[in-house]
Design a protein around this ligand. Structure first.
Ligand code: GLY
Ligand code: MN
Length: 429
Protein backbone atom coordinates (compact mmCIF):
# COMPACT_ATOMS: atom_id res chain seq x y z
CA UNK A 1 0.00 0.00 0.00
CA UNK A 2 1.45 3.40 -0.93
CA UNK A 3 1.96 5.63 2.10
CA UNK A 4 0.65 8.78 0.38
CA UNK A 5 -2.14 9.21 -2.14
CA UNK A 6 -0.52 9.91 -5.48
CA UNK A 7 -2.09 13.38 -5.74
CA UNK A 8 0.04 14.59 -2.78
CA UNK A 9 3.25 13.28 -4.28
CA UNK A 10 2.44 14.82 -7.68
CA UNK A 11 1.77 18.19 -6.01
CA UNK A 12 5.14 18.11 -4.23
CA UNK A 13 6.92 17.26 -7.48
CA UNK A 14 5.15 20.12 -9.28
CA UNK A 15 6.07 22.68 -6.64
CA UNK A 16 9.76 21.85 -6.98
CA UNK A 17 9.67 21.53 -10.77
CA UNK A 18 8.63 25.19 -11.17
CA UNK A 19 11.84 26.35 -9.52
CA UNK A 20 14.09 23.64 -10.98
CA UNK A 21 12.92 24.51 -14.51
CA UNK A 22 14.04 28.12 -14.02
CA UNK A 23 17.40 27.00 -12.62
CA UNK A 24 18.20 25.13 -15.83
CA UNK A 25 19.84 22.26 -13.92
CA UNK A 26 19.56 18.53 -13.85
CA UNK A 27 18.58 17.55 -10.28
CA UNK A 28 19.15 14.03 -8.97
CA UNK A 29 17.50 13.12 -5.66
CA UNK A 30 18.88 9.85 -4.29
CA UNK A 31 17.24 7.54 -1.75
CA UNK A 32 20.53 6.02 -0.60
CA UNK A 33 21.61 2.45 -0.01
CA UNK A 34 21.92 0.31 3.12
CA UNK A 35 25.13 0.87 5.09
CA UNK A 36 27.14 -2.21 6.15
CA UNK A 37 27.70 -2.73 9.88
CA UNK A 38 31.44 -2.64 10.58
CA UNK A 39 32.60 -6.26 10.88
CA UNK A 40 29.03 -7.40 10.42
CA UNK A 41 29.71 -9.43 7.24
CA UNK A 42 26.54 -9.15 5.18
CA UNK A 43 24.57 -7.28 7.88
CA UNK A 44 23.47 -3.69 7.38
CA UNK A 45 21.94 -1.00 9.60
CA UNK A 46 18.17 -0.70 9.18
CA UNK A 47 17.71 1.26 5.97
CA UNK A 48 16.34 4.81 6.14
CA UNK A 49 15.61 6.52 2.84
CA UNK A 50 16.85 10.08 2.58
CA UNK A 51 13.86 12.23 3.65
CA UNK A 52 14.06 14.36 0.47
CA UNK A 53 13.65 11.27 -1.72
CA UNK A 54 10.91 9.76 0.44
CA UNK A 55 8.96 13.02 0.57
CA UNK A 56 9.30 13.57 -3.19
CA UNK A 57 8.41 10.05 -4.35
CA UNK A 58 6.35 8.58 -1.49
CA UNK A 59 8.67 5.55 -1.67
CA UNK A 60 10.93 4.28 1.11
CA UNK A 61 12.81 1.85 -1.13
CA UNK A 62 16.61 2.00 -1.32
CA UNK A 63 18.64 2.48 -4.48
CA UNK A 64 16.21 4.79 -6.30
CA UNK A 65 16.94 8.18 -7.87
CA UNK A 66 14.37 10.78 -8.86
CA UNK A 67 15.80 12.77 -11.77
CA UNK A 68 14.69 16.15 -13.09
CA UNK A 69 15.70 17.63 -16.44
CA UNK A 70 14.59 21.03 -17.81
CA UNK A 71 11.73 20.78 -20.35
CA UNK A 72 11.31 17.03 -19.59
CA UNK A 73 10.36 17.07 -15.91
CA UNK A 74 10.77 14.08 -13.61
CA UNK A 75 11.92 10.52 -14.35
CA UNK A 76 11.94 8.02 -11.50
CA UNK A 77 14.75 5.45 -11.60
CA UNK A 78 13.98 2.54 -9.29
CA UNK A 79 15.79 -0.54 -8.10
CA UNK A 80 13.87 -3.48 -9.52
CA UNK A 81 13.45 -6.62 -7.40
CA UNK A 82 15.82 -9.51 -8.00
CA UNK A 83 15.75 -13.20 -7.05
CA UNK A 84 17.94 -12.76 -3.95
CA UNK A 85 15.68 -10.06 -2.52
CA UNK A 86 12.58 -12.12 -3.25
CA UNK A 87 14.13 -15.14 -1.50
CA UNK A 88 15.15 -13.35 1.73
CA UNK A 89 12.62 -10.53 2.04
CA UNK A 90 9.61 -11.51 -0.06
CA UNK A 91 8.01 -9.52 -2.87
CA UNK A 92 8.95 -5.85 -2.35
CA UNK A 93 6.89 -2.78 -3.16
CA UNK A 94 8.68 -1.28 -6.15
CA UNK A 95 7.41 2.07 -7.42
CA UNK A 96 6.74 2.46 -11.13
CA UNK A 97 9.69 3.76 -13.07
CA UNK A 98 12.74 3.05 -15.19
CA UNK A 99 15.39 0.63 -13.97
CA UNK A 100 18.15 2.44 -12.11
CA UNK A 101 20.58 0.48 -14.32
CA UNK A 102 19.69 3.00 -17.07
CA UNK A 103 20.53 6.05 -14.98
CA UNK A 104 24.11 6.52 -16.18
CA UNK A 105 22.96 6.53 -19.79
CA UNK A 106 20.33 9.17 -18.88
CA UNK A 107 22.95 11.33 -17.09
CA UNK A 108 25.23 11.17 -20.16
CA UNK A 109 22.36 12.19 -22.43
CA UNK A 110 21.82 15.31 -20.25
CA UNK A 111 25.47 16.26 -19.82
CA UNK A 112 24.97 19.77 -21.25
CA UNK A 113 23.19 20.81 -18.02
CA UNK A 114 24.85 21.50 -14.65
CA UNK A 115 24.12 18.72 -12.16
CA UNK A 116 22.83 19.03 -8.63
CA UNK A 117 22.64 16.01 -6.33
CA UNK A 118 20.19 16.03 -3.42
CA UNK A 119 19.13 13.30 -1.03
CA UNK A 120 21.89 10.84 -0.13
CA UNK A 121 24.91 11.63 -2.31
CA UNK A 122 27.28 9.13 -0.69
CA UNK A 123 25.68 5.73 -0.59
CA UNK A 124 23.81 5.81 -3.88
CA UNK A 125 24.13 5.24 -7.62
CA UNK A 126 25.01 8.96 -8.03
CA UNK A 127 27.97 8.97 -5.63
CA UNK A 128 30.34 9.84 -8.50
CA UNK A 129 28.29 12.82 -9.75
CA UNK A 130 29.58 16.28 -8.77
CA UNK A 131 27.16 19.09 -7.95
CA UNK A 132 27.61 22.58 -9.37
CA UNK A 133 28.16 24.53 -6.10
CA UNK A 134 26.22 27.70 -7.00
CA UNK A 135 23.22 25.83 -8.37
CA UNK A 136 23.31 23.43 -5.45
CA UNK A 137 22.91 26.19 -2.84
CA UNK A 138 19.84 27.71 -4.52
CA UNK A 139 18.24 24.35 -5.25
CA UNK A 140 18.81 23.05 -1.73
CA UNK A 141 17.30 26.22 -0.25
CA UNK A 142 14.28 25.78 -2.45
CA UNK A 143 13.87 22.12 -1.48
CA UNK A 144 14.07 23.07 2.22
CA UNK A 145 11.64 25.97 1.82
CA UNK A 146 8.99 23.76 0.19
CA UNK A 147 9.51 20.82 2.57
CA UNK A 148 9.11 22.93 5.71
CA UNK A 149 5.38 23.26 5.03
CA UNK A 150 3.61 20.08 5.99
CA UNK A 151 0.79 19.05 3.65
CA UNK A 152 -2.44 17.38 4.80
CA UNK A 153 -1.13 13.86 4.19
CA UNK A 154 1.91 14.54 6.36
CA UNK A 155 -0.17 16.09 9.13
CA UNK A 156 -2.49 13.05 9.05
CA UNK A 157 0.48 10.74 9.72
CA UNK A 158 1.71 13.03 12.49
CA UNK A 159 -1.72 12.97 14.10
CA UNK A 160 -1.57 9.15 14.11
CA UNK A 161 1.86 9.35 15.74
CA UNK A 162 0.44 11.75 18.33
CA UNK A 163 -2.40 9.35 19.16
CA UNK A 164 0.03 6.49 19.74
CA UNK A 165 2.22 8.80 21.85
CA UNK A 166 -0.78 9.87 23.92
CA UNK A 167 -1.52 6.18 24.69
CA UNK A 168 2.10 5.69 25.76
CA UNK A 169 1.91 8.65 28.18
CA UNK A 170 -1.39 7.36 29.62
CA UNK A 171 0.31 4.04 30.23
CA UNK A 172 3.31 5.76 31.84
CA UNK A 173 1.01 7.52 34.30
CA UNK A 174 -0.46 4.15 35.32
CA UNK A 175 2.93 2.51 35.69
CA UNK A 176 4.96 5.19 37.49
CA UNK A 177 5.14 4.48 41.23
CA UNK A 178 7.95 4.36 43.74
CA UNK A 179 9.62 0.98 43.30
CA UNK A 180 9.43 0.59 39.52
CA UNK A 181 12.52 1.19 37.42
CA UNK A 182 13.04 3.71 34.62
CA UNK A 183 13.43 0.75 32.30
CA UNK A 184 10.04 -0.68 33.37
CA UNK A 185 8.43 2.60 32.35
CA UNK A 186 10.30 2.68 29.03
CA UNK A 187 9.21 -0.87 28.15
CA UNK A 188 5.56 -0.15 28.92
CA UNK A 189 5.56 3.10 26.95
CA UNK A 190 7.16 1.61 23.87
CA UNK A 191 4.93 -1.49 23.89
CA UNK A 192 1.86 0.70 24.27
CA UNK A 193 2.80 2.97 21.38
CA UNK A 194 3.18 -0.04 19.08
CA UNK A 195 -0.18 -1.41 20.23
CA UNK A 196 -1.70 1.99 19.50
CA UNK A 197 -0.61 2.06 15.86
CA UNK A 198 2.98 3.32 15.84
CA UNK A 199 5.37 1.77 13.34
CA UNK A 200 8.29 2.65 15.61
CA UNK A 201 9.62 5.28 18.01
CA UNK A 202 10.97 8.53 16.68
CA UNK A 203 14.00 8.56 19.04
CA UNK A 204 15.35 6.76 22.09
CA UNK A 205 12.73 7.04 24.84
CA UNK A 206 13.90 9.16 27.77
CA UNK A 207 12.77 8.19 31.28
CA UNK A 208 14.81 10.03 33.91
CA UNK A 209 14.12 9.78 37.64
CA UNK A 210 15.27 12.38 40.15
CA UNK A 211 18.69 13.87 39.42
CA UNK A 212 18.90 11.83 36.19
CA UNK A 213 16.53 14.45 34.78
CA UNK A 214 19.46 16.88 34.68
CA UNK A 215 20.83 14.85 31.72
CA UNK A 216 18.93 16.19 28.75
CA UNK A 217 18.99 12.98 26.68
CA UNK A 218 19.11 10.48 29.55
CA UNK A 219 18.94 6.78 28.64
CA UNK A 220 16.69 4.91 31.07
CA UNK A 221 18.36 2.29 33.22
CA UNK A 222 17.92 0.17 36.32
CA UNK A 223 17.36 3.10 38.72
CA UNK A 224 14.37 2.50 40.95
CA UNK A 225 12.02 5.47 41.14
CA UNK A 226 12.01 6.76 44.72
CA UNK A 227 9.15 8.32 46.69
CA UNK A 228 10.21 11.95 46.26
CA UNK A 229 11.55 11.72 42.71
CA UNK A 230 10.10 13.50 39.79
CA UNK A 231 10.20 11.56 36.52
CA UNK A 232 10.99 13.28 33.24
CA UNK A 233 9.50 11.48 30.23
CA UNK A 234 10.42 12.47 26.67
CA UNK A 235 9.08 10.13 24.04
CA UNK A 236 7.50 9.98 20.62
CA UNK A 237 5.92 7.45 18.33
CA UNK A 238 6.44 7.51 14.60
CA UNK A 239 4.20 6.35 11.79
CA UNK A 240 6.09 5.69 8.55
CA UNK A 241 8.83 8.00 9.89
CA UNK A 242 6.42 10.86 10.68
CA UNK A 243 7.12 11.78 14.26
CA UNK A 244 5.61 12.99 17.49
CA UNK A 245 7.85 14.28 20.29
CA UNK A 246 6.43 14.98 23.74
CA UNK A 247 7.89 15.64 27.19
CA UNK A 248 6.08 15.55 30.51
CA UNK A 249 7.48 15.70 34.02
CA UNK A 250 5.45 13.94 36.69
CA UNK A 251 5.81 13.16 40.39
CA UNK A 252 6.55 9.57 41.46
CA UNK A 253 3.49 9.76 43.72
CA UNK A 254 0.55 12.16 43.79
CA UNK A 255 2.41 15.37 44.47
CA UNK A 256 5.62 17.23 43.73
CA UNK A 257 7.83 18.46 46.57
CA UNK A 258 7.61 22.28 47.02
CA UNK A 259 10.92 22.76 45.12
CA UNK A 260 9.82 20.50 42.25
CA UNK A 261 6.47 22.29 42.10
CA UNK A 262 8.10 25.73 41.97
CA UNK A 263 10.34 24.73 39.05
CA UNK A 264 7.48 22.91 37.31
CA UNK A 265 5.25 25.98 37.52
CA UNK A 266 7.81 28.26 35.96
CA UNK A 267 8.65 25.84 33.13
CA UNK A 268 4.94 25.46 32.40
CA UNK A 269 4.53 29.26 32.34
CA UNK A 270 7.50 29.50 29.94
CA UNK A 271 6.07 26.79 27.70
CA UNK A 272 2.64 28.44 27.51
CA UNK A 273 4.27 31.82 26.80
CA UNK A 274 6.37 30.21 24.03
CA UNK A 275 3.34 28.49 22.49
CA UNK A 276 1.36 31.75 22.51
CA UNK A 277 4.11 33.27 20.31
CA UNK A 278 3.82 30.52 17.70
CA UNK A 279 2.18 32.71 15.09
CA UNK A 280 3.07 33.22 11.42
CA UNK A 281 5.73 35.93 11.14
CA UNK A 282 7.21 35.50 14.62
CA UNK A 283 10.95 34.83 14.61
CA UNK A 284 11.79 31.47 16.20
CA UNK A 285 14.50 33.23 18.22
CA UNK A 286 11.75 35.40 19.66
CA UNK A 287 9.91 32.26 20.85
CA UNK A 288 13.12 31.14 22.54
CA UNK A 289 13.66 34.56 24.13
CA UNK A 290 10.08 34.66 25.41
CA UNK A 291 10.47 31.29 27.13
CA UNK A 292 13.92 32.27 28.45
CA UNK A 293 12.65 35.52 29.92
CA UNK A 294 9.74 33.76 31.66
CA UNK A 295 12.20 31.29 33.16
CA UNK A 296 14.58 34.10 34.20
CA UNK A 297 11.77 35.98 35.93
CA UNK A 298 10.72 32.80 37.77
CA UNK A 299 14.28 32.02 38.86
CA UNK A 300 14.70 35.60 40.13
CA UNK A 301 11.46 35.24 42.11
CA UNK A 302 12.81 32.03 43.66
CA UNK A 303 16.09 33.76 44.57
CA UNK A 304 18.18 31.56 42.28
CA UNK A 305 19.14 34.29 39.78
CA UNK A 306 19.82 37.97 40.53
CA UNK A 307 19.55 41.00 38.26
CA UNK A 308 17.44 42.39 35.47
CA UNK A 309 15.78 39.96 33.07
CA UNK A 310 17.38 41.44 29.94
CA UNK A 311 20.82 41.34 31.50
CA UNK A 312 20.34 37.71 32.57
CA UNK A 313 19.45 36.81 28.98
CA UNK A 314 22.12 38.91 27.25
CA UNK A 315 24.90 37.78 29.60
CA UNK A 316 23.78 34.16 28.89
CA UNK A 317 23.39 33.49 32.63
CA UNK A 318 19.99 32.00 31.80
CA UNK A 319 21.75 29.18 29.89
CA UNK A 320 23.14 27.90 33.21
CA UNK A 321 19.62 26.58 33.82
CA UNK A 322 18.02 26.57 30.32
CA UNK A 323 20.94 25.41 28.17
CA UNK A 324 19.15 24.20 25.01
CA UNK A 325 17.01 25.66 22.25
CA UNK A 326 13.29 26.02 22.87
CA UNK A 327 12.45 23.46 20.19
CA UNK A 328 12.93 22.26 16.64
CA UNK A 329 11.05 21.50 13.50
CA UNK A 330 9.18 18.21 13.54
CA UNK A 331 7.64 16.08 10.81
CA UNK A 332 9.51 13.58 8.70
CA UNK A 333 11.62 12.34 11.64
CA UNK A 334 12.12 14.08 14.91
CA UNK A 335 14.42 16.75 13.45
CA UNK A 336 12.85 17.94 10.24
CA UNK A 337 14.48 20.45 7.84
CA UNK A 338 14.97 23.38 10.26
CA UNK A 339 17.69 25.68 9.09
CA UNK A 340 18.07 29.39 8.76
CA UNK A 341 17.09 32.24 6.54
CA UNK A 342 19.56 32.21 3.58
CA UNK A 343 20.74 35.79 4.36
CA UNK A 344 21.71 34.95 7.95
CA UNK A 345 25.00 33.58 9.25
CA UNK A 346 25.11 29.98 10.41
CA UNK A 347 24.75 29.12 14.09
CA UNK A 348 23.46 32.38 15.62
CA UNK A 349 22.99 31.74 19.33
CA UNK A 350 20.12 33.06 21.42
CA UNK A 351 20.41 33.67 25.18
CA UNK A 352 23.42 31.34 25.31
CA UNK A 353 21.67 28.43 23.57
CA UNK A 354 22.20 26.86 20.16
CA UNK A 355 18.80 27.34 18.58
CA UNK A 356 18.21 24.95 15.69
CA UNK A 357 15.94 27.21 13.64
CA UNK A 358 16.64 30.81 12.62
CA UNK A 359 13.59 31.75 10.60
CA UNK A 360 10.27 33.50 10.95
CA UNK A 361 7.44 30.99 11.45
CA UNK A 362 5.03 30.24 8.59
CA UNK A 363 1.70 28.43 8.47
CA UNK A 364 2.18 24.70 7.96
CA UNK A 365 5.39 24.47 10.02
CA UNK A 366 5.27 22.04 12.96
CA UNK A 367 7.51 23.05 15.87
CA UNK A 368 8.17 21.47 19.23
CA UNK A 369 8.02 23.92 22.14
CA UNK A 370 10.05 22.39 24.95
CA UNK A 371 11.67 24.71 27.46
CA UNK A 372 13.26 23.21 30.53
CA UNK A 373 15.09 24.08 33.72
CA UNK A 374 17.90 21.80 34.84
CA UNK A 375 20.43 21.66 37.66
CA UNK A 376 23.35 20.18 35.72
CA UNK A 377 26.42 19.44 37.86
CA UNK A 378 28.80 19.88 34.88
CA UNK A 379 27.48 23.42 34.36
CA UNK A 380 27.04 24.46 37.97
CA UNK A 381 30.49 23.27 38.96
CA UNK A 382 32.30 24.79 36.00
CA UNK A 383 34.81 27.28 37.51
CA UNK A 384 34.78 29.65 34.52
CA UNK A 385 31.01 29.86 34.46
CA UNK A 386 30.90 30.38 38.23
CA UNK A 387 33.39 33.19 37.88
CA UNK A 388 31.66 34.76 34.86
CA UNK A 389 28.27 34.76 36.60
CA UNK A 390 29.43 35.13 40.19
CA UNK A 391 27.07 38.01 40.95
CA UNK A 392 24.11 36.72 38.94
CA UNK A 393 23.49 33.43 40.80
CA UNK A 394 22.90 32.70 44.50
CA UNK A 395 25.57 30.02 44.32
CA UNK A 396 25.51 29.25 48.06
CA UNK A 397 21.77 28.50 48.09
CA UNK A 398 21.68 26.16 45.09
CA UNK A 399 22.01 22.90 47.05
CA UNK A 400 18.30 22.80 47.91
CA UNK A 401 17.38 22.91 44.22
CA UNK A 402 19.83 20.38 42.88
CA UNK A 403 17.73 17.39 43.97
CA UNK A 404 15.02 18.53 41.58
CA UNK A 405 17.21 17.37 38.67
CA UNK A 406 15.29 18.93 35.83
CA UNK A 407 11.87 19.68 34.37
CA UNK A 408 10.98 19.78 30.67
CA UNK A 409 7.54 20.16 29.12
CA UNK A 410 7.12 19.69 25.36
CA UNK A 411 4.27 19.88 22.89
CA UNK A 412 4.05 19.73 19.09
CA UNK A 413 2.57 22.87 17.57
CA UNK A 414 1.21 23.33 14.04
CA UNK A 415 1.52 26.96 13.00
CA UNK A 416 -1.79 28.17 11.61
CA UNK A 417 -3.32 31.49 10.65
CA UNK A 418 -5.59 31.24 13.66
CA UNK A 419 -4.41 30.27 17.16
CA UNK A 420 -1.50 27.79 17.36
CA UNK A 421 -2.79 24.23 16.88
CA UNK A 422 -1.27 22.16 19.70
CA UNK A 423 -1.37 18.66 18.20
CA UNK A 424 -0.48 17.06 21.53
CA UNK A 425 -2.92 19.00 23.70
CA UNK A 426 -4.79 15.86 24.81
CA UNK A 427 -1.74 14.69 26.79
CA UNK A 428 -2.25 16.13 30.30
CA UNK A 429 0.41 18.36 31.85
N1 GLY B 1 12.73 14.96 22.44
C1 GLY B 1 14.04 14.64 22.02
C2 GLY B 1 14.67 15.81 21.36
O1 GLY B 1 14.03 16.75 20.99
O2 GLY B 1 15.87 15.79 21.19
MN1 MN C 1 12.07 17.56 21.02
Amino acid sequence: MPIFENSFVVKRQKKLAEFFEKSGSVVLVASGEPVAKPGGLDQTYPFLPHPEYYWLTGSRRSGGVMAFAPKEGWTHFVRKADAVERLWEGEPEVPEGESVLRLNEWIRAHSSFPNVVLGNPNHSPVSGVKSDPTQKKAIQENMDRVRRHKDEAEIALMRQAVRATASAFRKAREVIHPGVTERDVQIEMEAEMLRAGATGKSFGTIVAAGTHASVIHFEPGARVIAKNDLVLLDSGAEVHEYAADVSRTVPAEERFTPEQQAIYDLVLAAQLAGISKCQPGTEWHEVHRTAASTIARGLVDLGILKGSIDELLDSEAIALFFPHGVGHMLGLRVRDVGGRHPDRPDGRMCCGARVRVDLPLETGFVMTVEPGVYFVPAILENPELRQKHKNRVSWDDLHRWREVGGVRIEDDVLISTDVPDVLTSEIPK
